[in-house]
Design a protein around this ligand. Structure first.
Ligand SMILES: Nc1nc2c(ncn2[C@@H]2O[C@H](COP(=O)(O)OP(=O)(O)OP(=O)(O)O)[C@@H](O)[C@H]2O)c(=O)[nH]1
Ligand SMILES: [Mg+2]
Length: 471
């Protein structure tokens, strides 16, 4: 075990020195696009690439505005073992005559965008153009939920998961009933174990559909080719005082540990330890739309996940001896659902939501920023008067019916505590006047004679923060 770990480290050091020499000539910037399921990662990456390849809609990307970007092009990605991010397919779907959002991501993929730029300032005439490679990775948001499991024992995780399920009673009823009839001390029967794991997975699926963010283990929802393997055949159990050898409890405990060490750790070590910058996408509006429990759930999930970006300060993450992340951008996505006058309130809400996580993760030394954005703007703004009052509306086409509607989805409060307090105290519904009703808009119809790239809100500011200083 120890030897394996040492060899692994040596190989990684060699890898790093070899790629290090190459990187002096053509630097690489690795950007992690992180977010829970449906946060908007795939649309964000597609829009970022489309708008970097054609920068007509990116006035606030300074290297572009200064005319210093000579070329932007896609390259084969550096990792031979990762599939390529299906950029063209996603873009085609978004730009087709009947535009569609991408399917939910079910596995990892990568893309390399390369930018050839002229230096600025004094060296402008002296130095030739340089190339910067930007590597971006897309993965299913569910997998992120596995990160917090790493610091929990089976007993701790089981307790948390069972308590959580009790608070989501109607969704978990079937699994909880089955689980109560199982004696954790009984000998492992594979058929019984599978039934428990299936019922538990069905509950996680239902919780996810109901809008809850916290539905770990992530691979239970998206198993890929691991479906049916023992590492995915377990469920939470209350710990008996002295678990017997050969018991169901012991078997599930072992499988939980295998899940962590053989599935979760390698994923984060491989893909998170090399990142230079992170964008964390948060569907804050979606959580508000779902209700107080979803907001509380999102807040807890973020507080659990975000320490990974500053692993140096967190002893449970010491195995992730990667680079220190230099910049972290937190973005509330899908901001085109509300009028731009409400964007500062959305940003303020995300800032408040992250407060708790900030106390756990020490981000000193990393530059951080919070903003609201829309990767693909699906609405236009409109004003209307109603009973003498001016209403600020957004107009777009609904995904289900295909109807065009103009609506006012609700008012965000100026003080985020008005949402966070009811969430913290377990309120069933938002207080009077704070309700939100967000429909799902279809991607916009492609415009004739419009500039290339995709219509967006603040993608240029996001790109400037994430890449601008290196161009
Ligand atoms: N109006 C609007 N909707 C968006 C935008 N970005 C994402 N969406 C919506 O959010 C959904 C999820 O976006 P994705 O980019 O697929 O989310 P993801 O984080 O990749 O999700 P997983 O792959 O399931 O982890 C889309 O199907 C759209 O309905 C946006 O900029 N504006
Ligand atoms: Mg995706």
């Amino acid at each position: 075990m120890a030897i394996a770990r040492i060899t692994d480290q040596i190989v990684r050091v060699m890898d790093d020195t070899q790629s290090g020499a190459k990187e002096l000539l053509e630097p690489v910037l690795r950007i992690g696009v992180t977010g829970l399921s449906r946060a908007g990662k795939t649309v964000f990456i597609t829009s970022l690439i489309a708008n970097m390849l054609d920068r007509a809609r990116m006035p606030q990307l300074s290297a572009g505005a200064q005319g210093r970007i000579e070329a932007a092009f896609l390259q084969p990605q550096p990792d031979d073992t990762l599939p390529r991010f299906a950029y063209e397919a996603h873009l085609r779907a978004l730009l087709s005559p009947a535009p569609r959002w991408p399917e939910s991501t079910s596995s990892i993929s990568q893309l390399r965008l390369s930018l050839r730029t002229r230096p600025k300032g004094l060296f402008r005439g002296l130095r030739g153009a340089r190339v910067l490679h930007v590597d971006i990775i897309d993965y299913p948001g569910e997998w992120l939920l596995d990160l917090p499991l790493l610091r929990m024992s089976f007993a701790q995780w089981s307790k948390k998961a069972l308590e959580q399920a009790q608070s989501r009673e109607t969704l978990a009823a079937e699994w909880l009933a089955l689980s109560q009839n199982q004696d954790p001390q009984s000998a492992l029967e594979e058929a019984e174990a599978q039934k428990l794991a299936e019922a538990f997975t069905a509950y996680l699926d239902a919780a996810k559909s109901a809008g809850f963010a916290n539905c770990a283990p992530g691979r239970f929802l998206l198993p890929g080719d691991l479906a049916g393997s023992p590492a995915l055949t377990f469920a939470p159990l209350w710990r008996p005082e002295k678990p017997r050898r050969g018991s169901l409890y012991r078997a599930f405990e072992r499988r939980f540990e295998a899940y962590k060490s053989q599935i979760v750790k390698p994923f984060f070590r491989q893909h998170f330890s090399k990142l230079d910058r992170q964008i964390v996408l948060v569907d804050a509006l979606g959580a508000i739309d779902t209700g107080p429990a979803a907001v509380q759930d999102l807040r807890e999930a973020l507080a659990d996940i975000l320490p990974v970006f500053r692993p140096g300060k967190n002893r449970w993450l010491s195995w992730l001896t990667g680079k220190k992340i230099e910049r972290i951008l937190f973005a509330a996505t899908k901001a085109d659902h509300i009028h731009h006058h409400q964007h500062p309130k959305l940003t303020g809400f995300l800032e408040a939501l992250l407060q708790e996580a900030k106390q756990v993760a020490d981000w000193k030394g990393a530059k951080t920023r919070v903003m609201s954005l829309a990767s693909l703007r699906a609405t236009v703004e409109q004003r209307a008067s109603h009973e003498g009052e001016v209403l600020e509306l957004v107009r777009g086409v609904l995904t289900g019916s295909g109807k065009e509607v103009a609506l006012h989805p609700g008012d965000l409060p100026a003080d985020p505590a008005r949402l966070l307090e009811p969430a913290r105290t377990g309120a069933q519904d938002w207080p009077e006047g704070l309700g939100f009703d967000l429909p799902e808009f279809a991607p916009p119809l492609p415009e004739d004679k419009a500039p290339e790239g995709l219509a967006h809100i603040r993608m240029d500011q996001a790109a400037e923060f994430l890449i601008g200083d290196r161009l």
